[in-house]
Design a protein around this ligand. Structure first.
Ligand code: ATP
Ligand code: MG
Length: 643
């Protein structure tokens, strides 16, 4: 390939649209162009990178016995309604692009393919004799991300490898899950990436065990917490830890029961309260008020108690709320903090003036929810959402508020024998309150966010350390959630029908390409790992006016190409300096410079990473490069055999 034919436009300066190094470099070096928010054209150089990554993925998937397939991207809403995900993916987080066709039927553009593949399995799999099977595809996925950013890292249209396995029992699922775990490690290693495998939340996909593969990089959107010995590693969304010890309240301050009143005018934050009275945050119970919105139009107020020095983990909270309430209300669409601003806002129009924000205690009376005077009764007739007399309050937007709190408490708060908390009246707190004293017996839950520095749960001698990561892969043991919902059943060895066991396994192919740049670059540009570089070698003609240089470079280009080396020839009539800068930016692993030495048959060989240089006769270049490239080649050519 000749650079003059490549439509190559490189940029000297960082484009304003890019924030992180890999995004800047892919734009500057002419790998991608942005068409619209989160939508990118993969230019020929990047397409070669994506093809190489895909080839490695295919080899390793095939080696596990998985079969390649290609599934429809237009997916009927009905399938997603049967799995219970249509509302959550459209009205809730709204991540699925969806449309209505000319017949008035609703369709979604595939963000993932559990529904489609399970429908196929229901149709095709009948007997245990057909199991296990594992199908994969490499395909464009669509997700209407709330915040598309960082180029290919979080696109609205991106390339994913997704695989789905079906099994007759859980053991077989676990075996395939383990084989995929191994295959993933090989894929990332062959692509030249340093990754860590971490315990993960299963999110909206559902299921039990799941593990993410993270490329460690400063620009990562995820926070990884890992023990120093690496035996425990988890996404912060999911991580567990031992909380720091709480400081007991001084004996004199213990009242037990409901606690002693303390006047705290204007002290609505933990800092203000501690500052004014000398408390430590771990002596406090803070109470958060949130609203959980469900697919059936109901809104459940949540009253969450946490120890004052702890932070709420939104993912753990959503899981706890969904587990308790989705059977009754359908999908959990969103959880939002109920702030004084939201109460006043036009959108909600709930009159919750009785709620003493900043002074809440865990025993806040449900009556504050019923205490919504004014138009509630009137509005009931305007909204189709609610059946009268069911205890729900309706506002004009059709939101129906359940008039009792779901009270959840983190174990750190439940474990406090005596604590400081709000008095449920403006300008007052209570000192020395206790759970029995407040008439509450909360179940201790894990709702707190584990932090860097916390001790590990299973090895208290180790502390958690934080690192940032880019999620490039995610594997799940789904269990029978989708097969039960979509009727994918088989006849087992005893002749009894049962639901299939299922696993699913994703790799962000386009995200991986950019993550590789995030891990492999320097001041001057990209330094691609050989296995996924768009070309292995770039031959640069220093001066195209010099016939000797042109001839020698062309000869080398032909010789290397014929020998199967992937070579790019920079034949542009630019100044040598410009071409060297571009070569550094584009990041081809090896550069051969044909310059003044051409007259005597001498050229220069430069390794991109590390800039090591060597003068040698042109006649020795091929042998030298073949040796240097063989390591990377070995990785590209042969899949490793699986045990
Ligand atoms: P994230 O938490 O980053 O939003 P996810 O957990 O929703 O990702 P999965 O459903 O597990 O993603 O998808 C499988 C893989 O697809 C991810 O591990 C990631 O590498 C990739 N991926 C997901 N969303 C995007 C996106 N918007 N752009 C690029 N790649 C993505
Ligand atoms: Mg994921």
């Amino acid at each position: 390939m000749r650079v003059s034919r490549l439509m190559l436009v490189t940029l000297r300066d960082d484009p304003a649209e890019a924030e992180i190094p890999s995004h800047k470099l892919l734009l500057r070096a002419g790998y991608i162009r942005r068409l619209s928010s989160g939508i990118y054209a993969y230019l020929p150089l990047l397409w070669r990178v994506l093809q190489k990554i895909s080839a490695i993925v295919r080899q390793e998937m095939d080696a596990t016995g998985a079969l390649e397939t290609l599934l429809p991207q237009l997916q009927p809403a009905e399938l997603w309604e049967r799995s219970g995900r249509w509302a959550g993916y459209t009205a809730g987080e709204g991540i699925m692009f969806h449309l209505t066709d000319r017949q008035g039927r609703e369709l979604g553009l595939g963000p993932t393919h559990e529904e489609v593949i399970t429908t196929l399995a229901a149709d095709l799999l009948r007997s245990y004799r057909q199991l296990p099977v594992n199908l994969y595809q490499i395909q464009t996925k669509f997700r209407d991300e709330i915040r598309p950013r960082f180029g290919l890292m979080r696109g609205r249209e991106f390339i994913m490898k997704d695989a789905y396995s079906f099994h007759g029992d859980e053991n077989s699922l676990k075996q395939t899950y383990a084989a995929m775990d191994l295959a993933y490690r090989r894929i990332f290693e062959r692509c030249g990436l340093r990754t860590v495998a971490v315990e993960a939340d299963s999110g909206a996909i559902g299921g039990s065990a799941s593990q993410e593969f993270m490329v460690t990089a400063e620009a990562g959107e995820d926070l990884i917490l890992a023990s120093a010995d690496g035996r425990y590693a988890a996404n912060q969304e999911r991580a567990v830890s031992l909380p720091p010890e709480a400081l007991p309240l001084p004996a004199g301050a213990r009242a037990g029961g409901i606690g002693e009143p303390l006047s705290t005018p204007g002290q609505t934050t933990i800092e203000q309260l501690c500052g004014a009275h000398g408390f430590e945050a771990s002596q406090l119970v803070k109470v958060l008020l949130l609203l959980a919105r469900f697919a059936d139009g109901q809104v459940q107020p949540l009253l969450i108690s946490l120890r004052g020095d702890q932070q709420l983990n939104a993912v753990k909270l959503a899981n706890a709320v969904a587990a308790r309430l989705t059977p009754a209300h359908g999908a959990l669409l969103a959880i939002d903090p109920l702030t004084a601003e939201l109460v006043r806002s036009e959108q909600l129009r709930l009159d919750l003036r009785g709620i003493p924000f900043g002074y809440l205690g865990p025993d806040l009376d449900d009556a504050v929810l019923a205490n919504t005077p004014g138009a509630m009764g009137l509005e009931r007739s305007e909204s189709p959402g609610g059946a009268p007399g069911d205890g729900g309050a309706i506002n004009p937007a059709g939101v129906r508020l359940i008039r009792s709190f779901l009270r959840l408490a983190d174990a750190t708060a439940v474990d406090l024998a005596a604590f400081v908390c709000g008095a449920n009246a403006v300008d007052g707190h209570r000192v020395g309150a206790s759970w029995p004293g407040l008439g509450l017996r909360p179940e201790p839950l894990d709702l707190r966010t584990a932090q860097s520095g916390d001790r590990c749960l299973d090895d208290p001698d180790q502390c958690l350390q934080a690192a940032r990561g880019i999620e490039v892969g995610h594997i799940f043991q789904l269990g029978r959630k989708y097969s039960e919902a979509l009727g994918a059943r088989f006849t087992n060895e005893s002749g009894v029908e049962e639901a299939l066991w299922m696993g699913c396994y994703g790799i962000g192919v386009s995200r991986l390409a950019q993550a590789a740049v995030e891990q492999h670059h320097d001041r001057d540009g990209i330094c691609w790992p050989v296995a996924i570089a768009p070309f292995e070698v770039i031959v640069v003609i220093a001066n195209t006016q010099e016939q000797a240089q042109v001839e020698l470079a062309e000869a080398l280009y032909n010789e290397l190409s014929a020998a199967g080396v992937e070579v790019l020839l920079d034949d542009r009539s630019e100044r040598a300096g410009v071409k060297f800068k571009d070569a550094d930016l584009i990041g081809i692993p090896w550069r051969v410079v044909v310059g003044r030495g051409a007259a005597t048959g001498q050229v220069e060989l430069v390794r991109r990473a590390g800039s090591e240089k060597l003068e040698l006769p042109a006649s020795a270049v091929r042998a030298r490069l073949e040796t240097e490239l063989s390591r990377g080649r070995r990785l590209v050519n042969g899949p490793m055999t699986h045990p």
